[in-house]
Each structure stands twice: as structure tokens, then as C-alpha cells.
Write a protein that binds this ligand. Structure first.
Ligand code: SF4
Length: 477
């Protein structure tokens, strides 16, 4: 019996030879009856179906042609395939009517060698020092980058990790990026820092503990927000924060409501009145510091400045997760006391004002390469049209932010894409659905493949180079 002939997939530079009934190296293409097909169906997004509804097999017989012209039904690039190396028109170039304007959407699954993700982790816990290496499966795939307000940030991926290191590094980077973009949980470790489990849209897990709250603000902002609610209930309040620790009696917010001096002394760098930097080292303790005992940030109390026996003190973190109440004894040493109900209510208010902690994943990549030839015979015209905001860019139907300056550098919140929208090729590189939408006049003017424009009905009827399977997906994007 002769062995079945393998056929070549030419959708990426790997050029797999695929046997009958088998899939290629990326699992996205297969040999079905001697023909290369895209394994996942072309995905039509229908805004009239609520997001989260089950994916429905599309019944062509049910298709109402009048609905094809609205803005509610969108051909996404998910499952569309790739026309690598883009010497021919993109897999689907679809005519659409949007708000009465005759438009064209060009869809392709773009191969991104230049791409990565920015991860925002809502926590004030110290995850690792800025520039510390972030690892997946032991390989360095990115680094800790500039922290934001209430969030720690990671920058992962990029061409240097995908292609510039060892094969293992490239593979680990590609796997982690794809999983993060597909909203799956990924385990990461930070050198000399925390172990994380991150999934887009889910609470981050830091060293095995699920993060619940994003801080209400820095220590100074917390003083500003709640100073008037503490007045009359306590003599001093310290909001412990790794970045800016606040002291109500010294803070401007306390001064404007005539808060008396207390003679408190804080160890740390005094920035402006009532605002202290570096009261401790960063860590997983109170307010993102490494302390478990908040009294360790206090120096000796000064009687000449108002310290006295019986003076009361609230110490609280920026999430309300940690709080303690003290009273100075005869030697001006703070002694722990039960939290008065009126103060417990203010601690609860801080917690109530915290938002739920989430991890957010933004995919970022450069779409300025050869794929533009699948859109137009003169690629710079597409770049200029995108930069001039005459062409709208979406990824899997989700609107992308296009960076100013040269190229088509896009950024998108992966939460807005359907699950499983990203793939990979073993070069290694990520594959992301990409759609360019513009008025038909603009498309023709920029040198578009006018002869390849098809109606949605025709696409559903005849399919494309990689088969005719399609599905409908509800979306609220
Ligand atoms: S890796 Fe995937 S896209 Fe690339 S040639 Fe093989 S089957 Fe085709």
C-alpha cells in the first residue's frame, strides 16, 4: 500500500509537509482530503447575540441577506488564514455598509515576530525591582517595568526574546505570550521577587495568595480622602505605603481642618509635610512594604510637639487590609488597643473604596510589514491611511490603539477578543487576527485589490483558499 502523499502548507515560512488527516506544526492547518484547510472556522462576530452565548454553527440557509450590510455583523480575521508572504490579496476582502457608507474590511491572520504584551497587575505588593527579569518555565521572557498608580507593570515578549536568544527562550516566550493573549493562566517568576499566576481579567495570584483589592490611592491620597472622617475619633493617623506614607497631623489635608500636632516622628525621607518616602523596603507586608509591625516605622514621640500619654493612633494600609489602633502609655510608647467601632468603619470605608484587583493584558505588535501587501499594492499608502485615521484597525473585532509615529504599531486589550483568537507559528512568532476597515473609495485610492472584494454572502457560500467552515460568535465589542 502506497503511503499517502504529503502536501505543503505555505501559510508561514516553516512550510510544513502535512500527511492526509494530520495537522501542521502549529495545529492551525491540516491536510483534509488532499487539501490544506484552516482548522478553525472563519469567525463572524454578531453584535446582536449577547457575548458569552454559545458559538453557533452557522447555517447558510438561515442567513438573511439584508443583515449582511449592517455594522452589527463583522467578518473577523479569526480562522481566516494567512497569505504568507503576502504576494497575493489577503484571505478575505469583504464589502460592508457601515452607517450608510460603502466600506471594505480586509482580514488576515497576521504573523507577528515583533510583538509582546504589557501586563498591568493591580497590587501594591512588591513583585520585583524595576528591570528585574521575568521568567516562564525558567526562561527569561521579559522584565518588570515602570510601576503605575496602584499597579505593577510587566513588559513581556518582543523580538529579542522571541528570536534573539536560545530556542528554549523563544519557545517559552511564544507559549507564554499566546496563553496570556488567549486569557489563560500563566505562571511567572521574577528574579529576586515574587512568583505570579496571571490571567487576563482575573485577580492576580502573588506568592500563592490571591490579590483581592487594588489600593484606594497612595498614602497621601488616602489622607486627603478620609482626613475629615477621622477628625474627632482619633489623635493621629498614619497610612503606611511603600511609595508615599501619609501622616494626617502634618499633611495639608489635616492642616486645613485644624488637626493638632502630635509630636509623631516617622523614619523615612520627608518629601513635603505629612508625606514620607522610603519608610521601609518594598515587600509583601503593610502597604507594599516589607514590614509586619507598623510601629517599626515610628521614631520617638516628641512631648514638646504635642505627644502625651493617652494619645490615640490609627495605623492603616492603603487597602484597609492591615489596620491597628494604639494608645501612648506614660512612657509615650504606643500600646495596642481594640479598634473602636467608629475607626473600624473608616477602615472598612477604605476597603470599600478599593477596586477589585485584576490583571490586564495588552497585546502590542507591529503590523507594518509584508502583510500590508495583502491589503494594497502600494503598502505605504495603507500606513498613511491608518495614521491618518481613514483606515480603522481592529484585532478580532476589538478596536486597536495605533501608536503615533512611524509604522502601524497597534495595542489591544486581549479581553475584547474572543477566547482562543491568538495562535502561533514555530518560527517562533504569534499569530493574531487583524482587520483593516475603510471606505471603499479609500481602499481603491490606496491601491487596494479591488478585484478581490467579495460580499459576505459569497464568502459564506464559497469560502476561501483554506475551506468554507464558518461560525457565528456573539460579541459586545
Ligand atoms: S507551522 Fe502552521 S502555518 Fe506554518 S507551514 Fe506549518 S501548518 Fe502551515
Amino acid at each position: 500500500m502506497s503511503r499517502p502523499e504529503k502536501i505543503r502548507c505555505d501559510a508561514c515560512p516553516v512550510m510544513c509537509y502535512i500527511a492526509e488527516g494530520r495537522a501542521g506544526a502549529c495545529d492551525r492547518y491540516a491536510n483534509e482530503n488532499g487539501r490544506i484547510i484552516r482548522v478553525d472556522p472563519l469567525t463572524i462576530l454578531d453584535r446582536r447575540i449577547a457575548k458569552g452565548d454559545a458559538v453557533k454553527p452557522f447555517l447558510k440557509a438561515d442567513w438573511d441577506g439584508t443583515t449582511a450590510s449592517g455594522d452589527e455583523v463583522v467578518v473577523s480575521a479569526i480562522g481566516a488564514g494567512t497569505t504568507y508572504p503576502d504576494y497575493k490579496p489577503a484571505p478575505f476582502i469583504v464589502s460592508r455598509e457601515i452607517e450608510g457608507v460603502d466600506c471594505v474590511t480586509v482580514v488576515t491572520e497576521a504573523i507577528f515576530s515583533y510583538c509582546g504584551v504589557k501586563v498591568k497587575i493591580d497590587t501594591d505588593r512588591h513583585l520585583g525591582h524595576e528591570t528585574a527579569a521575568v521568567r516562564a518555565n525558567g526562561e527569561i521572557i521579559g522584565h518588570v517595568t515602570t510601576a503605575e498608580y496602584g499597579s505593577q507593570m510587566l513588559s513581556l515578549g518582543g523580538v529579542d526574546h522571541l528570536t534573539g536568544g536560545s530556542k528554549a527562550e523563544g519557545r517559552a516566550t511564544c507559549n507564554a505570550l499566546m496563553a496570556l493573549c488567549n486569557k489563560e493562566a500563566v505562571d511567572l517568576t521574577i528574579d529576586e521577587g515574587a512568583a505570579l499566576t496571571i490571567a487576563a481579567g482575573a485577580p492576580p495570584i502573588v506568592d500563592g495568595t490571591r490579590e483581592e483589592r487594588m489600593r484606594v490611592g497612595c498614602g497621601s491620597a488616602t489622607i486627603g480622602m478620609f482626613a475629615s472622617q477621622w477628625k474627632g475619633h482619633v489623635d493621629e493617623v498614619v497610612v503606611v505605603d511603600d511609595h508615599i506614607t501619609g501622616v494626617v497631623s502634618e499633611h495639608q489635608a489635616g492642616k486645613v481642618i485644624d488637626w493638632p500636632d502630635t509630636g509623631i516622628r516617622i523614619k523615612g525621607h520627608r518629601s513635603t509635610p505629612g508625606r514620607y518616602f522610603k519608610v521601609a523596603e518594598p515587600g509583601l507586608g503593610w502597604g507594599g512594604t516589607d514590614i509586619d509591625d507598623p510601629l517599626s516605622i515610628l521614631g520617638d514621640w516628641r512631648p514638646a510637639k504635642g505627644a502625651r500619654s493617652g494619645l490615640t493612633l490609627l495605623m492603616v494600609s492603603t487597602t484597609g487590609e492591615h489596620a491597628a489602633f494604639y494608645q501612648l502609655d506614660a512612657d509615650l510608647i504606643p500600646q495596642p488597643k481594640p479598634m473602636p467601632p467608629a475607626l473600624q468603619a473608616t477602615v472598612d470605608l477604605i476597603a470599600e473604596n478599593c477596586e477589585p484587583a485584576r490583571a490586564t493584558v495588552l497585546f502590542m505588535g507591529g503590523a507594518g510589514g509584508s502583510l500590508r501587501s495583502g491589503v494594497t499594492k502600494n503598502p505605504i499608502h495603507l500606513t498613511r491611511s491608518v495614521q491618518g485615521e481613514r483606515t480603522h484597525v481592529t484585532l478580532g473585532g476589538a478596536p486597536a490603539y495605533v501608536w503615533p509615529g512611524g509604522g502601524i504599531t497597534v495595542m489591544v486589550d486581549v479581553a475584547g477578543l474572543p477566547d482562543g483568537a491568538f495562535g502561533y507559528v514555530p518560527t517562533p512568532a504569534l499569530v493574531a487576527p487583524l482587520e483593516f476597515t475603510m471606505p471603499r473609495d479609500e481602499y481603491l485610492a490606496l491601491g487596494g485589490h479591488g478585484e478581490a472584494i467579495r460580499t459576505l454572502e459569497d464568502i459564506l457560500e464559497r469560502g476561501g483558499d483554506y475551506g468554507d467552515a464558518s461560525q457565528i460568535l456573539g460579541t459586545d465589542e
